[in-house]
Unconditional design. Structure first.
Length: 158
């Protein structure tokens, strides 16, 4: 029996084209412009890049908690004011999806940047990870069912 052992890069390659690119904002962009990017791409987070390197991440949850609930205006609030920038959790392209899932679970995050060196090459959502885990488990189940069928089938030979 074999396992698929998909990696973060495998999942990135499998994402639909409109969300496979890195959608980013700069620290000095307004939150409103970042929200528009999220709406246009139908995503829940953007990575924050400064000089081409990962500086943080901005999620819809950051907006809801740090702008709306604080009575700020998204048009004047800067991304740097509300982005998550402390100990940014990320994975490498070769990391197995099980490691990505463990990172997201341990740090209670729903978006995981995938970095090659200091460059972000994509972002995986918890949905991407769970779909990958389910696909691998379905593959294992099919192989087990096939193995069981082969073991219980009477071939007539001794």
């Amino acid at each position: 029996m074999t396992t698929l052992n998909k990696t973060a890069l495998d999942l990135l390659k499998a994402k639909r084209a409109e969300v496979s690119e890195v959608v980013s904002a700069a620290p000095d962009d307004t939150v409103l412009s970042a929200l528009r990017s999220m709406r246009d791409k139908n995503i829940g987070a953007v990575v924050v890049l400064e000089h081409g390197e990962l500086a943080g991440i901005l999620t819809e949850r950051d907006y809801a908690r740090d702008v709306e609930l604080e009575g700020k205006a998204a048009g004047t609030c800067l991304v740097r004011e509300i982005m998550t920038d402390r100990k940014i959790v990320f994975a490498k392209p070769g990391d197995p999806i099980e490691r990505c899932h463990a990172l997201m679970k341990a740090h209670r995050i729903r978006h995981l940047p995938i970095c090659e060196g200091r460059k972000v090459i994509g972002v995986l959502s918890i949905r991407d990870i769970l779909e990958g885990v389910i696909a691998e488990e379905e593959h294992v189940i099919r192989e087990l069912e096939t193995d069981r069928l082969m073991m219980t089938t009477d071939t007539g030979s001794y």
